[in-house]
Design a protein around this ligand. Structure first.
Ligand SMILES: [Zn+2]
Length: 73
């Protein structure tokens, strides 16, 4: 597997983990320092942004929408 694919999967996994089923600790995003993010990770906006630089804007947005739907947000 190439590095970009591995990175894309990592980012997608972090996006999924950003919508935890159980209450968890949220703190300020380690990247943009403005939005809330799950304990020490990047916020969903930064994760989507990074993912879009690999898979493209539309694919990243679609994936994020799908994750939100699954999480019931
Ligand atoms: Zn952020």
């Amino acid at each position: 597997m190439n590095k970009q694919a591995v990175k894309a999967i990592e980012l997608a996994t972090q996006l999924i983990q950003s919508y935890p089923v159980y209450p968890t600790t949220f703190s300020t995003c380690s990247s943009c320092k403005s939005k809330q993010a799950k304990g020490g990770m990047e916020c969903t906006a930064c994760l989507e942004d990074e993912l879009s630089s690999i898979v493209g804007y539309q694919a990243a947005k679609d994936l994020h929408d799908e994750i939100k739907k699954l999480a019931g947000r």
